[in-house]
Design a protein around this ligand. Structure first.
Ligand SMILES: [Zn+2]
Length: 333
């Protein structure tokens, strides 16, 4: 089974945490391979989600100009193409790229413009999710929500997400931002159930009415929650290697992704942070095949789950259905 050749959807990938060393060096030639391996790639096992998140600050430091943001987008598309991705949702937090004079609108405009260019050049359909962060206040989250609303009118922005240290910060201050985006008919997704326990998933479902959860792996600890996820067809954006790295899960073999998938919960597979985690999407598939014996049918199912949960417009979804039908038929032949 040629996993690399399979058509894939990736719904959970942080644009700012995926920069290859090549891309970082183009932005700042002073950053050597050694610097990169030490400062940009986290160890395979971090002490906690907070420890892991400390590495993301180094990416932010170099992503403060329009040129750097364009390099990041081009680098992301090169990686998506190498993985056989046919549809991607890339996410980033606009408000952390304002240290050298860019406005938040400049940041979103630049990333949107380069995404459209790269999408046309590579044939990969893509959309953008704007993230607010757990430690932000209500005003910052509302500011990010308004960016979603404004830029969704003219470009590939489709949704609001919240990322960051879910164990240390509750959702309450951010609820108005999610309400604003939902009222505008746009998408929402919430990081929960990774650093935080099942209660953080309940909180996300109850307070933001999200239909997608970033990770959600600790839902496995709560039977009533699992029943709800299945009943309401909530999609879990699962990033197995990253979950082991943040120590939400001890080892890949103990990862609940297989049990969740078998129990009827809708899961999809993503990388989360390609560079901080040092993983590619094809590798995630290989690890799931090796750990749980996943077959072509499993990989087709998770991609169809992702398509059902994608924030893409209907014409794009129809195109992706065609790519999945053809790609999986070719590989099984
Ligand atoms: Zn994430």
């Amino acid at each position: 089974m040629d996993l690399k050749a399979l058509p894939k959807l990736e719904l959970h990938s942080h644009l700012d945490c995926g920069l290859s060393h090549d891309a970082v060096r183009r932005i700042d030639p002073a950053i050597s391979r050694e610097d990169y391996d030490r400062d940009f790639v986290a160890p395979a096992k971090c002490a906690s989600l907070a420890d892991y998140l400390s590495y993301t600050l180094n990416y932010r430091a170099v992503l403060q100009t329009e040129r750097a943001l364009r390099i990041a987008v081009a680098d992301a598309f090169a990686q998506l193409a190498a993985d056989g991705v046919v549809y991607a949702e890339l996410r980033f937090a606009p408000l952390v790229h304002l240290e050298k004079g860019l406005s938040a609108d400049d940041v979103v405009r630049t990333v949107s413009d380069e995404t459209v260019r790269q999408s046309e050049a590579t044939g990969i359909d893509a959309a953008l999710i704007l993230c607010t962060l757990r430690h932000f206040d209500t005003a910052d989250s509302l500011r990010t929500a308004r960016l979603v609303e404004r830029h969704a009118r003219s470009g590939p922005v489709v949704a609001l997400d919240i990322a960051g240290d879910e164990d240390a910060y509750p959702l309450d201050p951010h609820v108005p931002a999610f309400e604003l985006v939902r009222a505008a008919g746009l998408g929402v997704t919430v990081h929960a159930g990774e650093g935080g326990g099942p209660e953080s998933v309940w909180e996300a479902l109850d307070k933001t009415a999200t239909r997608r959860i970033g990770h959600g792996v600790r839902s496995i600890e709560d039977a009533a929650l699992l029943a709800r996820l299945e009943r309401e067809q909530i999609h879990l954006e699962i990033c197995p290697t990253c979950n082991v790295q943040t120590d939400a899960v001890r080892t890949l073999r103990q990862h609940p992704v297989d049990r969740l998938h078998r129990s009827g919960v809708r899961v999809g597979i993503s990388t989360d942070t390609r560079a901080v985690t040092d993983v590619r999407l094809t590798q995630e598939y290989e690890r799931l095949r090796d750990a749980f014996g996943w077959t072509l049918a499993d990989f087709e199912q998770i991609n169809r789950n992702a398509l059902a949960a994608a924030f893409a417009a209907e014409p794009v979804k129809r195109r992706i259905v065609g790519a999945l039908d053809q790609g999986f038929a070719e590989v099984s032949a």
